[in-house]
Design a binder for this molecule. Sequence first.
Ligand SMILES: [Cu+2]
Length: 114
Amino acid sequence: MAITLTGGMAEYDWGIDGRRFDMNQPLDGAHEIREGERVRFTITNDTEMWHPFHLHGHTYQHEGGGPRKDTSIILPKQALTVDFDADNPGLWVAHCHNIYHAETGMTTVIGYRA
Ligand SMILES: [Cu+2]
């Protein structure tokens, strides 16, 4: 699974994969995974600003190991790959933890059923 953080200060159009999260259509642009799978998840930051990216419902490890985390800073024009187990079915938001970015649209849903 892969997503790209998009948008910028000029337009204040923070989003994911070029779209802004729509509270009225929260599953538009959602990412489906499967229960029980080990998910390799790459987050690419295509913006000029760093973002503290946060995943709900799971903890992950950065590729290659290290501590379990649920938030990671992703620097401008860099990518981060993490691994987690899909062991908590539901609809989970993943978003920039700068809440003004999340509210503007840098939010998505990752979901799966039991
Ligand atoms: Cu942000």
